[in-house]
Design a protein around this ligand. Structure first.
Ligand SMILES: C[S@@+](CC[C@H](N)C(=O)[O-])C[C@H]1O[C@@H](n2cnc3c(N)ncnc32)[C@H](O)[C@@H]1O
Length: 229
């Protein structure tokens, strides 16, 4: 696969994937998007002090790094489970410059996120445990995932990867979420909102990050209310 490093409008870098004609983050601002959609609207909407996060698409590790920083600031204990089918090489990741986002010993911690072994827990610091799973989301069986409080759904867009946005996938994620669990995605498409509702989520459209009007936040309330028709 051919990866190109691009600078987004907030000055932070992202990856452009030629084969899919798709970026890993919003071109309006990679860090801005991650902070707004995942850390702000996602982690910010969960009240538990101990939070289990599932990220769909670990990619560059940007959401993971910013969540680790936010967790430390708010003194929360985070167990971060990240799925990835196509791990990036250090040679690509090193070009992104994300290590400077971390206040202290950023370079070391950021590369540790990537060099941490797959398929087991790695303690990053007293408050953050990372568990990366190298696997295709489409092949995951529910029992392979812990019960989670928060899902960062950061797959490539439904136009480019429709198989990731199917009802069967969201149904499986719903099943692995705790009551009051939250799922966030940058995507605000009506068809995605309806698919989330059809498996039982209560879904709200909320303001998106700069450059994107809206995004979706879904909650598993426990009162299943699937859409009819
Ligand atoms: C939009 S990018 C987001 C990446 C990441 N969240 C970040 O901040 O860099 C989508 C990610 O999903 C991964 N992915 C694509 N198909 C997948 C699949 N079937 N199962 C698991 N991960 C997948 C891609 O390799 C990529 O890393």
């Amino acid at each position: 696969m051919k990866f190109e490093i691009k600078v987004t409008q907030d000055g932070s870098a992202t990856i452009y994937l030629n084969e899919l004609d798709e970026h890993y983050h919003s071109t309006f601002g990679a860090v801005q998007e991650s902070l707004h959609v995942f850390v702000g609207a996602g982690l910010g909407a969960v009240t538990a002090k101990e939070v289990t996060v599932l990220e769909v698409g670990f990619g560059t590790g940007l959401n993971c790094l910013l969540t680790m920083i936010a967790g430390q600031e708010s003194r929360r204990q985070i167990h971060y489970v990240a799925l990835e089918k196509y791990p990036l090489s250090m040679q690509v990741v090193d070009q992104l410059g994300y290590s400077s986002l971390y206040p202290e010993s950023g370079a070391q911690l950021f590369s540790l996120l990537h060099t941490a072994p797959w398929n087991r827990d790695t303690t990053m610091n007293a408050q953050f445990v990372l568990h990366k799973i190298e696997k295709d989301l489409l092949e995951i069986v529910p029992a392979e995932l812990p019960l989670v409080d928060l899902v960062y759904f950061d797959a490539f867009s439904p136009e480019k990867q429709p198989e990731m946005w199917q009802e069967v996938i969201f149904g499986m994620l719903y099943e692995r979420m705790k009551t009051d669990g939250v799922l966030v995605t940058y995507c605000a498409k009506g068809v995605v909102r309806r698919t989330l509702q059809s498996v039982g989520f209560q879904v709200e459209r909320i303001p998106g990050p700069p450059g994107k009007r809206e995004m979706l936040r879904a909650r598993k309330t426990g009162e299943q209310d699937p859409l009819v028709g």
